[in-house]
Design a protein around this ligand. Structure first.
Ligand code: FAD
Length: 382
């Protein structure tokens, strides 16, 4: 294999380059990045960059030393077997890594709305978060909660509008209610739907108008797939892969936010928009491209820093699973199967529960529920 093309220069794209070289691949690598920036990490955008304690979050890597032909500002437009069509002409490949990530979903309406996905988005939003500004954040998910944190800290008048009955309901269900006290000083409106963004604010279903100087939508993201629309490749909520991250096209793998892989551990398909996936899936994909046997079978991991709290989640829980709450000012929750095997853990300012829980999930451990409800008993001893 003489030439690998990596499409997407986010974390997963860069890690693909590093992994290919780390595994001894000596051929050409071309890294295409639609953005004009060199690769950067996104988690700090809604934290340090928005809070003003950092201006950027560039990934600490040396693309020149890795002998990668990095082409910023060049996008893939379509794919046919063996050729990526780019904004700067055709690029033949022998191996291809799809690492195009995901993009924010926007609200309907003609009024101005901001999103937070790129470094440029973060700079625009940071400049708008001035004391006294009326900020409406739509969505109390991970991004919405972190934006509300920064806006409150900047002295803005913050309203968060959430369609569900609790914050974070999409990700952690009823446990999201445990974060309600954190919203002190924020006008949090639950069970409330925005119908559209209009000039000067948002209109709610039912007709109420909520005024705002700044509207930020944090209502979720979708995988970036448009450029693959005419390609003969399986797409379903992302680029469909097997457990080796191999797509339906020969010599093509997918990684990071845009990959929908088969999880051997959880016996289900997974597409996970988490930094940890972008960090670790590329090494398996690189091995697969190089003909080595490797399986991507993680216990997915995510963290969020919101309202002065560290929230961490590891694992996977299907809807309706049983959840056990470990009460306290620093609390956690554990999801169990019908056989009392731990399948997911959520920890609020209890990093030890997260670390131990993740290991227990990896081991497929059964826990004693009576001990589990006592937060003074370490998870390892349950
Ligand atoms: P991306 O980072 O989306 O990178 C994909 C790149 O591909 C982009 O630069 C895009 O421009 C480029 N691209 C797209 N289409 C094309 C094309 N056709 N041609 C060329 N290039 C293309 N996760 C956590 O676990 N914890 C957190 O606290 C956390 N915080 C976050 C905060 C923010 C604001 C955001 C946006 C995400 C956060 N995440 C967090 C999620 C995490 O950052 C993502 O899971 C991770 O960035 C995914 O990396 P990726 O490389 O797969 O995709």
């Amino acid at each position: 294999m003489d030439h690998v093309v990596v499409v997407g220069a986010g974390l997963a794209g860069v890690r693909s380059v590093e992994s290919l070289r780390g595994r001894g691949y000596e051929g050409r690598i071309t890294l295409l990045g639609e953005e004009r920036h060199r690769p950067y990490d996104r988690p700090p955008l809604s934290k340090a960059v928005l809070l003003g304690t950092s201006d950027d979050s560039f990934v600490d890597t040396d693309l020149a030393a890795l002998r990668a032909d990095f082409r910023p500002g060049v996008a893939a437009k379509s794919l046919r077997e063996g050729v990526v069509e780019t904004t700067e002409g055709d690029l033949p490949y022998e191996g291809l890594v799809i690492a195009t990530g995901s993009e924010p979903i926007r609200l309907p309406g003609e009024g101005p709305q901001l999103v937070l996905r790129t470094l440029d988005d973060a700079h625009v939003l940071r400049a708008a978060l001035v004391p006294g500004a009326r900020v409406v954040v739509v969505g109390a998910g991970w991004i919405g909660a972190e934006v509300a944190t920064a806006a409150r800290k900047a002295g803005c008048v913050v309203t968060v509008i959430e369609a569900a009955a609790t914050p974070l309901s999409h990700a952690i269900g009823e446990m999201g209610a445990r974060t309600l006290p954190w919203y002190e000083g924020v006008d949090l409106r639950l069970d409330t739907m925005v119908s559209e963004v209009v000039e000067g604010g948002v209109e709610l279903v039912g007709g109420e108008f909520v005024p705002a100087h700044v509207v930020v939508s944090g209502i979720g993201a979708r995988p970036v797939l448009e450029w693959l629309a005419d390609a003969d490749i399986d797409l379903h909520n992302g680029v469909v892969t097997d457990e080796h991250l191999r797509t339906s096209l020969p010599g093509v793998v997918a990684v990071g936010d845009c990959a929908n892989w088969w999880s051997r551990r959880f016996q289900t398909r997974m597409r996970v928009e988490h930094w940890d996936t972008a960090l670790n899936s590329p090494d398996v994909a690189a091995a697969t491209l190089l003909g080595e046997k490797a399986v991507y079978d993680p216990v997915p991991y995510f963290w969020s820093e919101q309202f002065g709290h560290m929230l961490q989640y590891a694992g996977y829980h299907p809807a309706g699973g049983r959840v056990v709450y470990r009460e306290g000012p620093k609390w956690s929750a554990v999801w169990l199967t019908s056989e009392d095997r731990i399948t997911a853990v959520l920890a609020a300012d209890r990093p030890r529960d997260l670390v131990q829980g993740r290991r227990l999930i990896e081991a497929g451990a059964r826990l004693d529920v009576e001990r589990l409800v006592d937060p003074d008993v370490t998870l390892r001893d349950c």
